[in-house]
Design a protein around this ligand. Sequence first.
Ligand code: COA
Length: 208
Amino acid sequence: MKKAQNPPCKTVWFCRADRISVTSKPRKKCIYISIYFSIMDITIRQELPKDIEAIVRITFAAFEGKPYADGTEPLIIERLRKAEALSLSLVAELDKKLVGHVAFSVVTIDGKNKNWYGLGPVSVLPELQKQGIGTKLIKQGLSLIRDKGAKGCVLEGSPIYYQRFGFKTYPALFYEGAPAPEYFMALPFYVDIPQGKVQFHKAFYADI
Ligand SMILES: CC(C)(COP(=O)(O)OP(=O)(O)OC[C@H]1O[C@@H](n2cnc3c(N)ncnc32)[C@H](O)[C@@H]1OP(=O)(O)O)[C@@H](O)C(=O)NCCC(=O)NCCS
């Protein structure tokens, strides 16, 4: 039997859901194939009516016990949906099971709708956090609202986490409810950055 002369294909496993690629490059006389793929086959898609219960469960589990959470996060999503103000609601699915969720809704700036959106709440099941699912949800959400004509996006959250998506503070665009100015950040999609007081939908503050 003829002896194999080519090196075996090398398979590299990544546990980050956002790194999925297949590359192929010729090396000497053989084809050397590197396959980079995720252990987790995560699908991001719009919410469906059947997902509502799971979204509540995921949001509750993700925020439970967090010092910055007050337990109303699942309720906020419910109220936004009821008020038809849930502009975009994406779920992350793994093996037909929902494991993450992100909500986007319109915000006002000095009382006016300027096509800016608020990101959040965003949640990933605790046991699956830090594996890129949140990043996938957020990147896809930002891309979809941009396609819908959004001018930018704001949020209240950890600067350490959200800076990686390009969010930063703009002192002239502010939110009075932020615990400190650095916790309120914006990501403009165009060079024009509005100034003024940002207000999230009233679903964030009270029952409607
Ligand atoms: C925030 C959250 C959605 C991120 O999703 P995720 O899938 O865990 O995040 P990713 O895997 O995409 O990113 C992981 C990175 O985010 C960091 N990170 C996650 N949550 C963070 C937080 N609250 N503050 C700072 N950094 C955070 C991790 O340390 C990790 O950093 P690294 O890439 O340098 O190792 C998820 O951790 C979660 O559900 N947290 C509880 C609910 C919550 O706090 N929601 C956001 C409120 S603003």
